[in-house]
Design a protein around this ligand. Structure first.
Ligand code: NAD
Ligand code: TYD
Length: 357
């Protein structure tokens, strides 16, 4: 048996493949365009393992995807591929529309053609699992109830709007063509292999190199943090026993302000890699101009997946953050490699424009 994963060289996709390989003998075909965020080094521990087949390609390339589907005959497709960084979507939305909307549409078309031609038993067993985000629901006020699966879509950034559009396409392919789809909407992930443009890895690496820890606005925005391995386990669970056409919210029951998160990671660094003179890394915290249209609060009500599929997060934020900081301390080579080239250009441009108010 075979599954096909898209975006498997990115942060969550690579964690998913590594966990899958640790657990299963089923082959994973990994199709990734290798944008700035895709890094095959994330999968280097698999070595020449024949259960991982990598193909460099674009999900929107219908000809390529159709060839791969008829060649490998996967029983499931898991769509992780996306442009995923909100700030980049504000600076340049075009790539987000191209991959997240047009690319997902292309992938759905290739999948529909492949699935339609499957023999009945395989057709029934087939799954298309679309990995999405809580950001499609927009922003919550402090006392609002957490997002449920039936919360209204109200995306606010080009990123979340493009993900919302992809969710709608996936839903429509189920409703119209009967494609056996599942959609997951997850909160903010953190953990190993997280590209250092995002808050947690950015602050770990900036702290270690003596740079500012840039907090947008007042730092009181709230995110619901989930350790990436818990997200991967939830996706496996949904793939295994999710109800077709349903969506599942995935979250950590762990709401924190950005300032709390950064202070917590400074605390872990103070312990694991103390600065001279007993100074805390927290002295590097700097408030910078806010992100335009910055969503104030995300929170996931993860009751449905808990009660219907029996999934709950295993990792506490304290233990997950410690593991994450430890991972970055122990993977200097990975850090050095991603910190060069296109990434450096982005950092210089973005944090110069968004400089202190
Ligand atoms: P990422 O940016 O780290 O990785 C995305 C991967 O997709 C990269 O390897 C990239 O090369 C690949 N890719 C981009 N465009 C492609 C294309 N056109 N064709 C093939 N591959 C392409 O993202 P991530 O954080 O791993 O997120 C994975 C998925 O999970 C995304 O769909 C994202 O919206 C969703 N998600 C992320 C989070 C989070 O906190 N990171 C939370 C909820 C949902
Ligand atoms: P991020 O990791 O980009 O994820 P998302 O925007 O998808 O939630 O950002 C997490 C939070 O941290 C978000 O509220 C924006 C904030 N943030 C900062 O305050 N400073 C930064 O340098 C970055 C990258 C993010």
């Amino acid at each position: 048996m075979t599954i096909l994963v898209t975006g498997g060289a990115g942060f969550i996709g690579s964690n998913f493949i590594l966990d899958w390989a640790a657990d299963s003998d089923e082959v994973v075909v990994n199709v990734d365009k290798l944008t700035y965020a895709g890094n095959l080094k994330n999968l280097s521990s698999l070595g020449g393992d024949c259960r991982h087949v990598f193909v460099k390609g674009d999900i929107g390339n219908v000809e390529l995807m159709s060839t791969l589907l008829s060649q490998h005959k996967p029983r499931a497709i898991l769509n992780f591929a996306a442009e995923s960084h909100v700030d980049r979507s504000i600076h340049g939305p075009a790539d987000f529309i191209e991959t997240n909307v047009v690319g997902t549409f292309g992938l759905l078309e290739s999948t529909r053609a492949y699935w339609s031609a499957l023999p009945d038993a395989e057709k029934i067993a087939f799954r298309f699992l679309h990995v999405s985000t809580d950001e499609v629901y927009g922003s919550l006020e402090k006392d609002d109830a957490a997002f449920r699966e039936d919360s209204r879509y109200a995306p606010n950034s080009p990123y979340s709007a493009s993900k919302a559009a992809s969710d709608h396409l996936v839903r429509a392919y189920h409703h119209t063509y009967g494609l056996p789809v599942l959609t997951t909407n997850c909160s903010n992930n953190y953990g190993p292999f997280h590209f250092p443009e995002k808050l947690i890895p950015l602050c770990i690496l900036n702290a270690l190199s003596g740079k500012d820890l840039p907090i947008y606005g007042d730092g009181q925005q709230i995110r619901d943090w989930l350790y990436v391995k818990d997200h991967c386990a939830a996706i496996r669970r949904v793939l295994e026993c999710g109800v077709l056409g349903e969506t599942y919210n995935i979250g950590g029951w762990n709401e924190k302000t950005n300032l709390e998160v950064v202070k917590a990671l400074c605390g872990v660094l103070d312990e694991l890699k103390p600065l001279a003179g007993a100074r805390s890394y927290a002295h590097q915290i700097t408030f910078v101009r806010d992100r335009p249209g910055h969503d104030r609060r995300y929170a996931i009500d993860a009751n449905k997946i808990a009660t219907e599929l029996g999934w709950t997060p295993k990792e506490t934020f304290e233990a997950g953050l410690r593991k994450t900081v430890q991972w970055y301390l122990e993977h200097q080579e990975w850090v050095n490699e991603v910190s060069t080239g296109a990434y450096r250009v982005w950092m210089n441009a973005h944090y110069k424009v968004e400089s202190r108010s």
